[in-house]
Design a protein around this ligand. Structure first.
Ligand SMILES: [Zn+2]
Length: 548
């Protein structure tokens, strides 16, 4: 059958693989293969083009033998330039699992925790005395359309059935190696952390079987987890290093891998990892093919619930790079001109030079790089109950207004559009089976896309344009809609400090208990910032709710 040939600008999703085996299985997930297109002279990437469901997808691999965050960044930059309408990336492949959370053959999908957008670069940061480690660099998360789809995906009981069906179709393909399907001989062995691999042999046949940790047998073939992924340029094959990393991230880690951080520095993407080992000295490649196949099947199933028209409406990577550059320099200037504004950057040490704003694909990344330490949470801070990711630390019971840092009153002048790390974002999602109960966020997001343009609504909030906000609400915009960084309109309005907008949203029953990125609520935030007027507005709303 003749393959179709499309134009470069007809492709909207980039599927990125680090290993050839990951690329092989990705190609087998295509519903339709398209004819190759010529690359521009400066692009040495090799692409496979095709269609999955309604989406035109570009599959790209990293250069042979070159894995790590830096190489993935270079490959993606070229891809985004050659295919100008790519909206986001999907980094799909294998990774090392964290034993108490995952089993071999499971899938981990990156999901936001704190400011980390689901992926932390574990080898980039600063170690503090006392063992604290502060991560540097901010990584973009998936765009809203994908987050919404992820929510649907997580809740839908058909997800795993879909995945199994995609895996089953692989069996019917004559040109696929059998190792991509789960052979009965595959054993999931987990050794005690302090027991190292016995010898140079690739498998564990000489390892002491009495050091294997006995675990409950699994009743399902695989599970999908949603959580934090650590990425870095160093390969982790040591149980002690792995356990240390877990501790550093407050036991919130699910997977360790080598490419995602480089990718997510550049543009919004989703990271999907099939667990092929436990990042210890016993790691071998036996599970790689099957784990890659499960991850690919998961990606295909996820794409099945991402609406094509939503993707088309997203900003392209190229546009997002351009507009965020403009916005960054605008904000940077504003910040230096606003005499009465609180300093958003800490005083630099004498003799230090101003860091050059680093222009990368998401606005938060730029802001963060302009103000390296401003309000950036330390990873030592426990933001959530360590035993329950869904439970933020208990907020203070009785709000007190004394001893708060004096902040400018919202009416003092035009507020600076703040792009600090206090903006709201996705809450951490639960790990576990797809049948896990829905989080608050999921319920909230189930109906986030009416026939109105979310961007128009958020712009109106930024500009304090009451007429447009009213009109959009009347047209059916959900007051709990979230922006590309996971903020509800009320959170955004509170950050900006426009009381008229806040009141309008409260009058329209905006949820005052919406959590921000760090699991805190609006009341806590306003208290901390000394925004007494907002505290009173929120308390009045809460009172009215209690009385109702
Ligand atoms: Zn071994």
């Amino acid at each position: 059958m003749d393959e179709r040939q499309l134009r470069h600008d007809e492709y909207t999703i980039g599927w990125i693989c680090a290993l050839p085996l990951e690329q092989t299985v990705a190609m087998h997930m295509l519903d339709e293969r398209h004819r190759d297109l010529h690359n521009p002279a400066n692009d040495e990437n090799t692409y496979t083009l095709g269609k999955i469901g309604a989406h035109n997808v570009v599959i790209v691999g990293l250069p042979m033998g070159r894995i790590g965050t830096n190489d993935s960044a270079a490959v993606i930059t070229r891809m985004a330039s050659t295919f100008p309408n790519i909206k986001f990336g999907m980094m799909v492949g294998v990774g090392g699992g964290i034993p108490n959370k995952t089993r071999l053959g499971d899938v981990v999908i990156c999901s936001a925790l704190g400011t980390n957008a689901g992926v932390v670069q574990h080898d980039m940061g600063k170690a503090h005395a006392g063992g604290q480690f502060e991560t540097r660099g901010y990584l973009c998360g998936p765009p809203t359309a994908v987050l919404t789809a992820l929510t649907k995906f997580q809740a839908d009981p058909r997800t795993r059935r879909e995945m199994r069906s995609h895996l089953k179709k692989l069996t019917a393909m004559s040109d696929i190696d059998e190792s991509y399907l789960k052979p009965d001989s595959l054993e999931d062995l987990l050794f005690e952390s302090d027991y190292s691999h016995a010898n140079m042999r690739k498998d564990c046949s000489d390892c002491d079987k009495s050091r294997i940790i006995q675990r409950e047998p699994r009743l399902v073939d695989f599970k999908i987890h949603y959580g934090l992924i650590a990425s870095g340029n160093t390969i982790v094959k040591d149980a002690k290093v792995r356990d240390k990393l877990c501790k550093r991230y407050n036991d919130n880690l699910f997977c360790i891998e080598m490419e995602a951080a480089g990718l997510m520095n550049n543009f919004p993407c989703v990271v999907i990892r099939g667990i092929c080992d436990y990042a210890d000295s016993h790691a071998n490649d036996k599970w790689q093919n099957y784990a890659a196949a499960v991850a690919a099947a998961c990606t295909k199933a996820l794409l099945g619930v991402v609406p094509e028209r939503e993707v088309r409406g997203l900003q392209s990577i190229q546009d997002s790079i351009t507009s965020s550059s403009v916005r960054a320099s605008k904000e940077y200037n504003l910040q230096h001109q606003a005499a009465n504004s609180p300093p958003l950057t800490p005083k630099k040490p004498q003799g230090a030079t101003e860091p050059a704003p680093q222009i990368i694909g998401c606005p938060e990344a730029i802001w963060y790089n302009n103000s390296p330490d401003a309000a950036h949470p330390k990873l030592g801070e426990t933001l959530y109950d360590a035993n329950d990711l869904t439970r933020p630390q208990t907020p203070p019971q009785s709000p007190k207004l004394e001893n708060h840092e004096k902040q400018p009153h919202p009416d003092d002048g035009p507020s600076l559009p703040r792009r600090n790390t206090d903006f709201g974002s996705t809450q951490p999602l639960l790990s576990g089976d797809v049948s896990a109960p829905l989080t608050i966020l999921q319920k909230k997001r189930s109906n986030t896309f009416p026939n109105t343009d979310p961007a128009v609504f958020f712009d109106a909030i930024e500009e304090g344009d009451i007429t447009t906000i009213k009109r959009e609400l009347k047209n059916g915009t959900n007051v709990e809609i979230i922006d590309e960084f996971g903020r509800t309109p009320l959170w955004r309005a509170v950050e900006i400090g426009n009381r008229h907008v806040i009141q309008l949203l409260l009058d329209n029953d905006a949820n005052v208990e919406a959590k921000n990125l760090r699991g805190g609520n609006i009341l806590d935030w306003a208290l901390k910032k000394g925004k007494e007027d907002i505290v009173n507005m929120v308390l009045a709303k809460m009172d009215a709710k209690v009385k109702a």
